[in-house]
Design a protein around this ligand. Structure first.
Ligand code: RB5
Length: 145
C-alpha cells in the first residue's frame, strides 16, 4: 500500500505525528507536505498529492489542513479523485466501503491525534464493496465529463 500525505502550515504538527505513526507501522509513506509553520497555500499541497494518485503513483492520500475542508475541496477538483473529510471513524469506513474514496482529509484544529489515528486506521483497513456502490460511484464520476 503506497500512501501519500500532505499538509499546509496549520497542520504540520499533526502531519508529523501521523507520519511517524504510519512509518512505525512499516507503511510506505511519501510526505509531500509543507514543513514548519510558514504560511503555505493548501491547494498546491492538495494538488500534488491528488495528481500522484491519479497518475497511479500512490494508492491512498491523507491530507491535513486546519479544518480538512480546504484540502478536501481542492483535492476533489482533480479529475478522478474522491476525497472525504472525516472527524470520526464511521464516515472513514463508509467512505471506503461505499464511495471508494482514495483521499482522507483531516482537520488538525478539529481532530486530536489519537482520534486521527483511529480515523486513519479505519480508512486504510476498509475496502470498497463494489456492486450497487460501484454503480453509484460511476454515476457521479461521470459528472466530470
Ligand atoms: C489556514 O489558516 C486554513 O485556512 C487552512 O488550514 C484550512 O483550514 C483551509 O481549509
Amino acid at each position: 500500500m503506497r500512501i501519500v500525505i500532505s499538509n499546509d502550515h496549520a497542520a504540520t504538527f499533526l502531519k508529523d505525528e501521523m507520519l511517524t505513526y504510519l512509518k512505525e507501522k512499516n507503511l510506505n509513506v511519501t510526505d509531500l507536505g509543507s514543513k514548519g509553520e510558514k504560511s503555505a497555500d493548501y491547494p498546491e499541497y492538495a494538488l500534488a498529492a491528488a495528481k500522484g494518485i491519479v497518475a497511479g503513483e500512490y494508492d491512498f492520500g491523507i491530507l491535513f489542513c486546519g479544518t480538512g475542508a480546504g484540502m478536501c475541496m481542492a483535492a476533489n477538483k482533480v479529475k478522478g479523485i474522491r476525497a472525504v473529510m472525516c472527524s470520526e471513524p464511521y464516515t472513514a469506513r463508509l467512505a471506503r466501503e461505499h464511495n471508494n474514496a482514495q483521499i482522507l482529509c483531516i482537520g488538525a484544529r478539529v481532530v486530536g491525534s489519537e482520534l486521527a489515528k483511529m480515523i486513519i486506521d479505519t480508512f486504510l483497513s476498509s475496502e470498497f464493496e463494489g456492486g450497487r456502490h460501484a454503480t453509484r460511484v460511476n454515476q457521479f464520476m461521470t459528472y466530470e465529463n
